[in-house]
Write a protein that binds this ligand. Sequence first.
Ligand code: FAD
Length: 443
Amino acid sequence: MTPRPVAIIGAGYAGLACAVELARRQVPVSVFERSHSLGGRARGVFKDGWQVDNGQHILLGAYAELTRLMRLVGVTPRALRTLPLTLEIPEVLSLRAAGLPAPWHLAWGLLRAKGLTWRDRKAAMAFLDRLKKCRFRLERDTTVAHLLIQHSQTPFLRQRIWEPLCVAALNTPAEDASAQVFVNVLRDSLAADARASDMLLPRVDLSELFPVPATRYLGSRRGVVNTATPITALDASDEGFLLKGDASEQRYQQVVLATAPYHATALLASTGRCERLVALIDGLDYEPIVTIYLAYPADVGLTGPLVGLPDGPGQWGFDRARITGLPADHNLLSVVISARGPHEEWDRETLIVAIHAQLERLLHRRLPAPEWSQVITEKRATFACRPGLQRPTHRTPVPGLWLAGDYVESEYPATLESAVRSGITCAQAVLTRLGQAGALSTG
Ligand SMILES: Cc1cc2nc3c(=O)[nH]c(=O)nc-3n(C[C@H](O)[C@H](O)[C@H](O)COP(=O)(O)OP(=O)(O)OC[C@H]3O[C@@H](n4cnc5c(N)ncnc54)[C@H](O)[C@@H]3O)c2cc1C
């Protein structure tokens, strides 16, 4: 028996993960995406002949579900450059995990790190050890800043390791960020097996990394992805859901709403049955991420594929030539500023001048003016991951309507992996419902 198609609204990583997981189990899907491009907040952007992303992303070896689905849809391992956990801040800190089994990869990395005193090393190891002893479960959630003080982390460790990692992982400043979510990230990356702490840098753009191959996979399994098709309302009745904006005008028994939280509320409200859920999602705050792309002559480059920047306003610099390993006439550098800060008041030109000057300070040389530049600001890049934050679950009060996305209840902050995992959770819930309704093939 072939089940009726499941509707998925949103072709970001969450929606497409859900679609792929359903298609893998022979369930037909219809995906609706309002934009012309695939990937949502993680998509390729083509501008003035340059291929960039809407924001520089980094994946971790701990992203087990995303990497599994990437393999399933045929993405080759070459699409990612894998680096052992490295924290390189030129002239300040050089920490690289050793090629040893956990926890020795990190212990040895801390022992050999340049820039740390013995007091720093001891405090960092004692911190991780204490977290391990309490199984990475805090008695009460607090802020990351408070947790670091509680665990006697030195000012150097706080400012140069933990706080930058917190902003990079949670996109929330340490003084506001959830300590429990930060500890969850440490548990599954730094403190897990050595491969989990690997850093994976995309060599292809973010649409090509998963969304485009996922769409090809769906096409071979009776799945349809409708781009430039915004859904503007959901009409829920006993016969199922009618999606306003879907030209087929068919009714769906199962609908997965996989938009960003700030786009989900209007659709949930249109059912007339989700007031409390809408209020919960409306209560989320957001943090921005700015990515500045600068193209220089090929001889201008950073000391590694990814370096921490010792001073502001940029926090991390990425070197395209070192990531791809491909020769090019120009080298594209990207600099990321996560979370809020004074840079939000600056216009595009001021930001470019400030980042150019920061790179000159870093490289100790005058640089030619960039041949091309682009500033991409995602004002609501992710939700602000605060202590004790209540996030919605994948269930809604309307039977057959599910929520997927990086903001849905999870142990993780808003990341590609949490988006993908929420999509898989919805797929499993839908499969259970279809199984109960006898609509699933058992073959
Ligand atoms: C600049 C930036 C940098 C980041 N860096 C990292 C990083 O380094 N590592 C990491 O793991 N994560 C990072 N993230 C977070 C990561 O990108 C997100 O967590 C993830 O992409 C969210 O995916 P999603 O599918 O939940 O939502 P989205 O990507 O927002 O997808 C939702 C989709 O729904 C579509 N949609 C909305 N409304 C409708 C409608 N009415 N009808 C049809 N379609 C609709 C949207 O167009 C979109 O395509 C970053 C995010 C940003 C913005």
